[in-house]
Design a protein around this ligand. Structure first.
Ligand code: ARG
Ligand code: ZN
Length: 874
């Protein structure tokens, strides 16, 4: 177990020793892998400190210091540390230490360090997994060059991979063989990787902008070669994009990606050897959805971009995680926007932020994007560090402009290549490049919580002057008693037209677009030259991760929806209108929805926007997005409100929904993704009306059970199944049966099947969940599979997760308790919906809290869960 004391950013100090070179020899065996770790250490400065190495779940075999065995009385060993006191260390400043340990990969269900994924060996070292492989200075500011020799059975493990370039290989007695790798780039141990297995290999290449040829290799389970092609193309696109956008070229001669089924997270950017959750590699049109394709491309890009933002320049300490993650998420979002519709990509990113990150920032684990106190580092791979971190980088990009941003990136690499640095170092590079004072901007790194911006407007008809007053407020709590005003870029548009007339209300037809820099608690801006009050479109492009306290009436919202030039504003105004109905209906189930809504929906459906955009426009805010804007949430009332609104739209706009559904079906290959997106939103509305439910069955047949297999499509299949599950249509069980028969051998597709099963809106759900848990293919040991039931239920089935009896909360807590023993990291992620209990009405709070108390009393409670439960239960 790791230490149970939290660590503080303020306590950072440089290491007393560094490591220049690491020579690893790893002899793989399921239950007793031998690791010989030869280190060249250098004492930093003149001191008498002990050498303290991290190590967990290791069996120490021997220590050799400068060629002399180090006997047990000369060092101390406990569960987490190996301490060699100064008195046992040699005289000079540099010395060698050879550490031999044994580990048990087969028993490693936490999937940290070296573990088995199916028949293959693989590693996950970020954040602090290397200490489960050998004793080491496991901190990111200790950077060394690694040579790694891997030895294993030749038949079972024909491929032996590690970071860098292959420098040696050969056969050994007893059907063993070895490969030696050398990585010339000094790196922290969290970027170390090793993989051994029997794979199919997809090979291609990329010629860099300076004309070097790089071998690209993607390793997948046998039989999956064709499913790696999309990942390969995505990799090539990412490499080209980073050259074009940032002038960043790949540095080694080989880039390898391995797809494994057992993985805690999405993927890992180990130098030259990325390890991926197979879910973010494997795809073909029969088994992957359009969003799978999109996500694969994004994650491949994300890990590739880390080669510069993360690997060449890394983090000084783990509190700086957003230095690499916020920046790399920003880069992958920009890439996705360039590859697809930038408007739709932005909307989807904002949806994630508002539904999940805002909740995190309002919950008990809220932290600044650069946390100050950490018990278990794995708990800080959060939406805040990643997604809000990316928003902070985006604000910087907005404030200094694209050219200065590029210049700042160039400065950053020129100054810090090969170093481990801080978020401040990054901001300083941006400030120096742009000449902009970013002192106040840095507060985004130290303050937490979603700021609320209050909007007030005035118009003086006599002078034609429009006045806008903005005030900001960050949460005031015990953790943050006196938040300062942040530097917030607010992009606005002042619209000169009414929604129902094309006549301009001003001499100029052009809307005025402005970038306002809100730096004080309250600030006022005036704009002149208006003959009538313009309509305000706030937060163009969602220029800052804030909430608005701004009520706009229906007329104003309709004007923005129709006349804003900024696509984000057009979309957001529609969402606000929908949200206002959801809010009303939550408090009053009999609230009468204005028929104007149907006109608005119809005109969106018939409007000139692209179809992917229309799909986003007519999609209702999700349960979580809506919840994020409410307090004392009555979850069942909220669920009913969303259902009522959905039914109202289905009834009112049925003709146009049907016409659009049919029109989208008739298009060929071009824009098929956008067409499917819109078609399937229409279907989800239509499936609420008995007279159109036949469409769901038809679509399922077409997409999943077609005589012409090339016509089959997973996006449409899953959309139909989702409708069947949400409305609990009579065909559902037959469809699920068919699906299972068809896909029982395809792990990733079966994950989708389990997830649909867990999201059925039916009073039988708890029986069904128990059946799913007993399914022969269910195992808590595979994180994707575990999440396919547990998270799918807790996140996608709000009606039963929040049911009055508390059974939903209990179900989740029981699974977390089991997972705590198997995989603490995954267990800790699953607890998120429960720790946010304070946003719900009292009766629900009590039920959720009771489960948290039960969990807190578990024997063997991991640090991961403990940190969250402690925070939630104060
Ligand atoms: N650096 C990886 C990525 O964002 C994530 C690794 C997270 N691993 C963990 N154990 N928390 O690409
Ligand atoms: Zn990352």
């Amino acid at each position: 177990m790791s230490s149970t004391e939290p660590r503080f950013l303020a306590d950072y100090r440089p290491a007393d020793f560094t490591i220049n070179t690491v020579n690893l020899s790893i002899e793989l065996a399921d239950t007793s892998t031998k690791v010989i770790n030869e280190l060249e250490l250098v004492k930093q400065g003149d001191h008498q400190q002990a050498l303290v190495l991290n190590g967990e779940h290791l069996t120490l075999i021997s220590l050799v210091l400068n060629d002399q065995p180090l006997h047990a009385e000369l060092y101390q060993l406990n569960d987490t540390l190996l301490t060699i006191p100064a008195s046992s260390l040699p005289e000079g400043d540099s010395f060698t230490l050879i550490i031999t340990t044994e580990i048990n990969p087969l028993e490693n269900t936490a999937l940290e360090g070296l573990f088995k994924s199916g028949d293959a060996f693989c590693t996950q070292c970020e954040a602090e997994g290397f200490r489960r492989i050998s004793y080491y200075l496991d901190r990111p500011d200790v950077m060394a060059t690694f040579t790694t020799k891997v030895t294993a059975d030749k038949t079972l493990y024909p491929f032996l991979l590690s970071n860098g370039n292959k420098i040696d290989s050969g056969d050994l007695p007893g059907n063993q063989h070895f490969v030696t790798w050398y990585d010339p780039f000094p790196k922290p141990c969290y970027l170390f990787a090793l993989v051994a297995g029997n794979f199919d290999l997809l090979e291609d290449k990329f010629t860099t902008m300076s004309g070097r040829e790089v071998a690209l290799e993607i390793f997948v389970d046998k039989g999956n070669l064709a499913k790696a092609e999309h990942a390969m193309v995505s990799l090539q696109k990412s490499m080209a994009w980073d050259e074009q956008t940032f002038g960043l070229e790949y540095d080694l001669d080989i880039y390898m990606i391995v797809a494994v089924d057992f993985f805690n997270m999405g993927a890992m950017e180990n130098k030259g050897l990325n390890v991926f959750n197979s879910k973010f590699v494997l795809a073909d049109s029969q088994c992957a959805t359009d969003s799978d394709y999109f996500n694969i491309e994004a994650v491949i890009a994300h890990e590739y971009f880390h080669n510069w933002t993360g690997n060449r320049v890394t983090c000084r300490d783990w509190f700086q995680l957003s230095l690499k993650e916020g920046l790399t998420v920003f880069r992958d979002q920009q890439f996705s926007g360039d590859m697809h519709s930038s408007a739709v990509t932005r909307i989807q990113n904002v949806r994630v932020l508002r539904s999940l990150q805002f909740a995190e920032d309002a919950g008990p684990m809220a932290h600044p994007i650069r946390p100050e106190k950490v018990l278990e580092m794995n708990n800080f791979y959060t939406l805040t560090v990643y997604e809000k971190g990316a928003e902070v980088i985006r604000m910087l990009h907005t404030l200094i402009g694209v050219e200065n941003f590029r210049k700042g990136m160039d400065f950053y690499f020129a100054r810090f290549d090969g170093m481990a640095v801080t978020c401040d170092d990054f901001i300083n590079a941006m400030s120096d490049a742009s000449g902009k004072d970013l002192t106040q901007f840095k507060l985004w790194y130290s303050q937490y919580g979603t700021p609320v911006i209050k909007v007030a407007q005035a118009f003086d008809a006599a002078t034609g002057i429009y006045t806008l007053t903005l005030s900001q407020q960050s949460p005031v709590t015990k953790k943050q008693e006196n938040p300062q005003a942040l530097h917030i870029p607010i992009k606005i548009e002042l619209i000169n037209k009414d929604f129902d007339t094309n006549a301009s209300v001003n001499t100029s037809n052009l809307n005025q677009t402005k970038l306002l820099e809100l730096t004080q608690d309250t600030q006022t801006w005036s704009f002149s030259g208006f003959s009538q009050q313009p309509t305000l479109a706030m937060l163009a492009d969602f220029s800052a991760p804030v909430k608005l306290d701004f009520s706009q009436d229906e007329t104003a919202l309709l004007t923005v929806m129709k006349n804003a030039e900024n696509s984000f504003c057009r979309w957001d105004a529609g969402q606000k209108l929908l949200m206002s109905y959801i809010q009303h209906l939550t408090f009053d189930a009999d609230y009468v929805i204005s028929p104007a809504l149907i006109d608005a929906i119809n005109s969106m459906l018939m409007g000139g926007e692209d179809r992917a955009f229309i799909a986003e426009q007519i999609s209702l805010p999700s349960f979580d997005e809506a919840a994020g804007l409410m307090i004392d949430i009555e979850p069942l009332a909220l669920f009913d409100a969303i259902s009522t609104l959905s039914l109202f739209i289905a009834q009112g706009a049925q003709q146009q929904l049907l016409a659009t559904y049919q029109a989208c079906q008739q298009v060929g290959e071009e824009d098929c993704v956008a067409n499917r997106a819109l078609k399937n939103v229409c279907l989800s509305y239509l499936s609420r009306l008995p007279e159109y439910q036949y469409l769901v069955a038809e679509q399922y047949q077409q997409a999943a059970n077609n005589n012409d297999i090339t016509q089959e499509n997973m996006t449409d299949t899953l959309a139909a199944l989702t409708c069947s599950a949400k409305v609990n249509l009579p065909d559902l069980s037959e469809q699920l049966q068919h699906f299972e028969n068809k896909w029982h051998d395809t792990t990733l597709v079966m994950d989708k099947w389990f997830a649909i099963g867990a999201s059925i809106v039916s009073d039988d759900i708890f029986t069904q969940l128990n059946d799913l848990l007993k399914h022969p293919q269910f195992t808590l040991k595979n994180p994707n599979r575990a999440r396919s039931i547990i998270s799918a239920f807790a996140m996608n089935n709000p009606k039963y997760f929040h049911c009055k009896t508390g059974k939903g909360y209990q179900f989740l807590a029981q699974q977390i308790a089991k997972m705590n023993e198997i995989n603490p990291q995954v267990a800790s992620r699953l607890v998120t919906p429960l720790i946010q209990y304070k946003s719900f009405a009292t009766a629900h709070q009590q039920l959720m809290k009771a489960e948290l108390i039960t969990l807190h009393a578990l024997p063997n409670l991991s640090n991961d869960l403990k940190e969250k439960l402690d925070a939630a239960l104060i």
